[in-house]
Design a protein around this ligand. Structure first.
Ligand code: FMN
Length: 210
C-alpha cells in the first residue's frame, strides 16, 4: 500500500512540504509507504489539445517537465494527498497546471483515480484557506475518489518556511488527517475480494444545452 502527496509549492522544504511531512509521519507509522512528489518550477499548463482523451493515453504529450512521472505515481498509488500554498486566494499556479493535466490524463478518459483515497491540505499566511482547500478537494470529488478529512479544515497558517510548526492546532489536524488516510487505505485494501467496489462507467458528457 502506498500514499503519494503532491507538493504544489515551488519551495521544496517550505510550509506545504512540512505539513505533508506531518501527514506522512502518521501514514508511515501505520505501515504504509509514503512519498512526497515535488512539482517542478517550470511545469506547463494543459494545452487542451485533447490528445490524451482522443488516444486514451494516461500520459500528457508534454513530456519534459516531470508531470508524467507524477501522473504515473498517482495512478499506481492507493491514496493521493494534494498540498498547495494559497496564492492570491487559490491554488498556486504550478499546482493548477499539474492538476489540470493529472485529472485529464488519469481521471477523465479511463478513470484511473476512482475509489482511491484522497485528501487535501493548504498553507497560507492569512486568507483564502477555505477557497483553496475546497478547490483542491473539488478536483478529487469529480474523480469519484474517497475523500478523507481531519477534525478541521486542511488549512495551516505560516508565512516564512517553518512557521507552520507554530500552528499547533493546524499540525494536529495534519497528523489526524494522516491517521484517517491510513485507516481508509487499509479499510479499502482489507475489503478487496470481500466487498466489491461499486460499478463505475464512463460519464455521458453533456453541456448545458444537449
Ligand atoms: C504569489 C503569492 C501569493 C500569495 N497569496 C496569499 C494569499 O492570497 N493569502 C495568504 O494567506 N497567503 C498568501 N501567500 C503566502 C503563502 O501562502 C504562504 O507563505 C505559504 O505558507 C507558503 O507556503 P510554502 O512555504 O509551501 O511555499 C502568497 C504567497 C505568494 C508567493
Amino acid at each position: 500500500m502506498k500514499v503519494v502527496a503532491i507538493n504544489g509549492s515551488p519551495h521544496k522544504d517550505g510550509n506545504t512540504y512540512q505539513c505533508l511531512e506531518e501527514v506522512g509521519k502518521a501514514v508511515q507509522a501505520a505501515g504504509i509507504d509514503y512519498e512526497i512528489l515535488q512539482i517542478g518550477t517550470r511545469v506547463h499548463p494543459c494545452l487542451a489539445c485533447s490528445h490524451c482523451i482522443e488516444n486514451h493515453e494516461l500520459q500528457c504529450v508534454q513530456d519534459d517537465d516531470g508531470v508524467n512521472e507524477i501522473i504515473k505515481k498517482c495512478i499506481e498509488a492507493d491514496g493521493i494527498i494534494l498540498g498547495s500554498p494559497v496564492y492570491h486566494g487559490g491554488i498556486a499556479g504550478g499546482m493548477k497546471c499539474v492538476l489540470d493535466r493529472l485529472m485529464l490524463c488519469a481521471g477523465c478518459v479511463d478513470n484511473q483515480l476512482h475509489h482511491k483515497v484522497g485528501a487535501a491540505i493548504c498553507t497560507l499566511r492569512r486568507s483564502g484557506g477555505m477557497e483553496t482547500y475546497q478547490q483542491l478537494l473539488g478536483t478529487m470529488d469529480a474523480m469519484e475518489m474517497v475523500i478523507v478529512t481531519s477534525d478541521y479544515w486542511g488549512a495551516v497558517h505560516g508565512h516564512q518556511a517553518g512557521e507552520v510548526q507554530q500552528d499547533t492546532e493546524g499540525m494536529e489536524v495534519m497528523a489526524k488527517l494522516g491517521r484517517n488516510v491510513a485507516w481508509m487505505v487499509k479499510v479499502i485494501d482489507a475489503a478487496k475480494g470481500k466487498i466489491d467496489p461499486p460499478e463505475t462507467h464512463a460519464r455521458t458528457f453533456t453541456n448545458f444545452i444537449r
